[in-house]
Ligand binder design. Sequence first.
Ligand SMILES: Nc1nc2c(ncn2[C@@H]2O[C@H](COP(=O)(O)OP(=O)(O)OP(=O)(O)O)[C@@H](O)[C@H]2O)c(=O)[nH]1
Length: 571
Amino acid sequence: MEALHFSTVASRHFSISLSHNRTFSSSAYSTHKPTKLSSSWTGSSFSSSRNNLFTNEIWGWVNSKSVSLRRCRDILPGMVRAEMFGQLTSGLEAAWSKVKGEELLTKENIVEPMRDIRRALLEADVSLPVVRRFVQAVTDQAVGLGVIRGVRPDQQLVKIVHDELVKLMGGEFSELVFAKSGPTVILLAGLQGVGKTTVCAKLANYLKKQGKSCMLVAGDVYRPAAIDQLAILGKQVDVPVYTAGTDVKPSEIARQGLEEAKKKNIDVVVVDTAGRLQINKSMMDELKEVKQVLNPTEILLVVDAMTGQEAAALVTTFNLEIGITGAILSKLDGDSRGGAALSVKEVSGKPIKLVGRGERMEDLEPFYPDRMAGRILGMGDVLSFVEKSKEVMQQEDAEELQKKIMSAKFDFNDFLKQTRSVARMGSVSRVIGMIPGMAKVTPAQIRDAEKNLQITEAMIEAMTPEEREKPELLAESPERRKRVAQDSGKTEQQVSQLVAQIFQMRVRMKNLLGVMEGGSMPALSNLEESLKTEEKAPPGTARRRRRPESRKQFANSTSARPDARGFASES
Ligand SMILES: Nc1nc2c(ncn2[C@@H]2O[C@H](COP(=O)(O)OP(=O)(O)OP(=O)(O)O)[C@@H](O)[C@H]2O)c(=O)[nH]1
């Protein structure tokens, strides 16, 4: 694997790399190039069937053994990979590769990958008890997990590890709390050199962008340069800084600063405090005094991400000593291991609220555990794909469906199940958007597709159980179709189209399975094109234009072809 590095001018630590897998270069890629599907694929008369087919295509594509997780990650849109936590990311990658090619995650085949995960976490400087709990939780979930159609065991393992990482980092995003009345006071504490003074100004800058007026208070009286530094940074972000020199007690400066902020109707006061090389009693006593004077809404401990599990231990100690509300993890941009981000919440019980990712004033961000986990794994879109697939279909359903398709017994019950599965996926575009070349489906097309799903559902619900199982009954009887039309409030023509469609679907799905088994990737871009063409066609013309296409299919499909006499003439 080759990484192209782009260093940003502003930060000497930060670099991003675009993953570029050599095995995935031109010749390898060309083997996955979309093959042209038969024209029958491009002329579906119903958007609902189109969606079902999309879903199948997508499942089929990801399921295809030629598509590796790495490839998914690298070619899916927006897949820029950060170097941050790079070491951990590579360590975990070894784990996925161990279960590639397996059909199921078992007690036996999970041993090796779990060893890799354990090693990766320990190397990331996560504490041993935390690693043990993590590995146990992942193992418990992975073993005996049912198979989800289209999702391979290595993809499932990625998802489990992702979810556990999110839990480990606190699950939910922990927002800053603001006072209901009067200024919100945020007290910053931390050891020397962790980035407190810088964070003060960054935080003011961050809050200003949320429309809050801010004031900084220079409470670090032991390092005169810290006061000047804060004044300069304050100017830089255009926020007033309250200073009272170095001869006044920090608690007194804090009190005066708060008074000043109240007079000026300031929304948020951020108070800088002195750091020490290590925790000592005088530091804690001073902080307690400042805390008593200010009664802060937030007491945030700034910890240096590069100190790994030590950062988590510090948060615990500060919390026990003075009671804090959360942590700010600074210098995350220089952290290739990730131990601090992974351990703080688990070890101390206190959430990380913000992270510093560079020296610039803009480099402060909220800490989102799920995004962080996604970054660590570097496979955001694969994760959402697994999640969606899990929601919509169980393997048993899928296998049964496959059998039915193969034996040309796909009936309206299956049709309805599929239709609802697609509907449950919400916006189909979200799934389609995960596939390269398929991100351009318009909202209008999606709305249309969803409207058609409802129409289809209404008609199927108006059928008797027997009719649903044997679409032939409807194909042979205009009376039955008339009754379904009346009961569902749709036209006879719509019912006829639906009946014709199920036979077309049998044929198309069978064709699709053939294509998938042949190992080539379905022509997703062709489908997208067909969507656009159909979208542009004026009402009433699309069907007429497509009819020769459907006829051609029927002519080619002897096995699944019903005795269509009785409805074909009407449709
Ligand atoms: N790369 C990087 N550097 C940072 C970050 N935050 C702070 N720094 C740098 O870390 C150094 C120390 O930051 P300060 O804000 O002076 O630290 P402090 O905790 O106030 O230090 P004391 O006042 O001595 O206690 C400075 O050079 C900052 O530019 C960050 O998120 N990323």
